[in-house]
Design a protein around this ligand. Structure first.
Ligand SMILES: Cc1cc2nc3c(=O)[nH]c(=O)nc-3n(C[C@H](O)[C@H](O)[C@H](O)COP(=O)(O)O)c2cc1C
Length: 355
C-alpha cells in the first residue's frame, strides 16, 4: 500500500515525464500533451471549460443544523455503492501513456481499485482489441463490478461486445457516443459514427443490461437518448478530448437534468477534482460522478491501491463538504446548496438559475 497520496502522485510525476506534469490542480492549463496523451483536444478549451464551469458555482456554508452524520451510499444499476464517485473510462496506455503503464495494469487499477473502495469503474475501448480485452478481464476479475464503454462502432460489432460484457458479469453497458469522430479510431481506419434514435433503440433492445450513453451535452441529445430507450446518460465532453470549444459539463448539466432527470439516470464527469466538486455535480442534478485524470495519475503512481486511496480521499472530502452544507445523505443535496458566482454581483436576480 503506498504511504500517501502525495507519494503516489510524486511517483506518477516521475513516470509521466513529458506526458503529464501531475499539477496540483489538474485543470488543463499546462498539459505537455493533448490527444493522444493526457490533455484535451485542439486548444484544450473544452478541458479547461470543465474546470471553469464548476468554479462558477459556489457552495453555501451551513453549520447550524442537525445533520451530524453523513451517509454517502447510493444504489446504481442495482449495485450498492459506498459513495457516488466512480472511475471514468481511461484506456489506451500505449498511446496516452507511451506504454509507461501496461493496458492490463491500467484497467485492473481502475476496476479493482474502485471495487475495493466499494464503488465501481468504467473501462474503455479503442482501435486495438487489447483495450476492450483488458477492461473485460479486469471486470471479470472484480466479479462483474465494472462497466465497459464501447466506441460507437458499427451496430453489429457493438452487439458482439455487449455479449462479451454480459459474459463478464457487467451490471450495465455503455457507448461513448461522443467518440463518433475520435481521431485515433479514424486514423486506424475503424468506423465510428453518430447514432440515430432508431439505432439506439435497436442497441437498447439487444440486451437486458441497462444501456448508458456517454457524451451527452445538449437537451436535444438527452431527449434522443430517452426516446431510444437508454437507461442512463453521462453528461460529458470526454474530458475535453472529443471536440474543441464545448462548454464545461457543469454549465449544461442543470438544463439536461431538468429536462430528463425524471426519465433517465443522469451521471456526469469532467473536471471533478475534490469532494466539493462532487457535491456541486450532485446538486446540479447528477446521481453520481465519474473521475478520469486524477485516477489515471493514481493508477500510474500506485496501481490498484493508488486508485482506491484517491477515491477514498475524494469520498472523505465529500463527507466534509456535506457536513458543512447541511447534508446528511445524498438526498439532501439539491440546488439550495449552490450559489452561482454572478449572484454575488447581482443579488436577488436569479433569472438564469434554471434548476
Ligand atoms: C487518457 C484518457 C483516456 C480516455 N479513454 C477513454 C475511453 O477509452 N473511453 C471513454 O469513454 N472515455 C475515455 N476518456 C474520457 C474519460 O472517460 C472521462 O470522460 C474524462 O476523463 C473525465 O474528465 P476528467 O479527466 O477531467 O475527470 C479518457 C480520458 C483520458 C484522460
Amino acid at each position: 500500500m503506498p504511504a500517501s497520496l502525495p507519494s503516489v502522485r510524486e511517483r506518477a510525476r516521475v513516470l509521466l515525464q513529458g506526458i503529464c506534469h501531475v499539477c496540483n490542480v489538474c485543470d488543463g492549463r499546462r498539459c505537455p500533451t493533448g490527444v493522444p496523451g493526457m490533455g484535451g483536444t485542439g486548444t484544450g478549451a473544452s478541458f479547461r471549460n470543465n474546470l471553469s464551469a464548476l468554479a462558477a458555482w459556489q457552495v453555501n456554508l451551513r453549520v447550524l443544523h442537525d445533520r451530524k452524520d453523513q451517509d454517502l451510499s447510493r444504489k446504481l444499476f442495482d449495485q450498492k455503492l459506498t459513495f457516488p464517485i466512480l472511475g471514468a473510462a481511461v484506456a489506451g496506455a500505449r498511446v496516452n501513456f507511451q506504454g509507461r503503464l501496461g493496458e492490463e495494469e491500467l484497467a485492473r487499477a481502475f476496476v479493482l481499485g474502485a471495487a475495493e473502495a466499494g464503488s465501481l469503474s468504467f473501462t474503455g475501448d479503442g482501435p486495438i482489441p487489447e483495450l476492450m480485452d483488458a477492461g473485460l478481464a479486469a471486470i471479470k476479475a472484480a466479479g462483474g463490478r465494472g462497466i465497459p464503454v464501447i466506441k460507437p462502432r458499427e451496430d453489429g460489432e457493438i452487439v458482439n461486445l455487449i455479449r462479451r460484457a454480459e459474459d463478464a458479469g457487467a451490471p450495465a453497458v455503455a457507448i461513448d457516443v461522443d467518440a463518433a469522430g475520435l481521431v485515433n479510431m479514424v486514423r486506424a481506419g475503424q468506423l465510428v459514427e453518430p447514432k440515430t434514435v432508431e439505432q439506439v433503440a435497436g442497441l437498447a433492445a439487444a440486451t437486458n443490461l441497462p444501456l448508458i450513453l456517454k457524451g451527452i451535452m445538449t437537451v436535444a441529445d438527452a431527449e434522443a437518448a430517452v426516446a431510444g430507450g437508454a437507461a442512463a446518460i453521462v453528461v460529458s465532453n470526454h474530458g475535453g478530448r472529443a471536440l474543441d470549444h464545448t462548454p464545461g459539463t457543469a454549465a449544461v448539466l442543470p438544463e439536461i437534468a431538468a429536462a430528463v432527470g425524471d426519465k433517465i439516470t443522469v451521471l456526469a464527469d469532467g473536471g471533478v477534482r475534490s469532494g466539493v466538486d462532487v457535491l456541486k455535480m450532485l446538486a446540479l442534478g447528477a446521481r453520481a460522478v465519474l473521475v478520469g485524470r486524477p485516477l489515471a495519475i493514481a493508477a500510474v503512481g500506485g496501481g490498484i491501491a493508488g486508485v482506491r486511496h484517491q477515491l477514498e480521499v475524494l469520498a472523505d472530502d465529500l463527507a466534509v463538504a456535506m457536513r458543512l452544507t447541511g447534508c446528511g445523505d445524498l438526498g439532501d443535496i439539491g440546488p439550495g446548496v449552490l450559489r452561482q458566482v454572478w449572484q454575488n454581483n447581482y443579488p436577488g436576480r436569479d433569472k438564469n438559475f434554471v434548476l
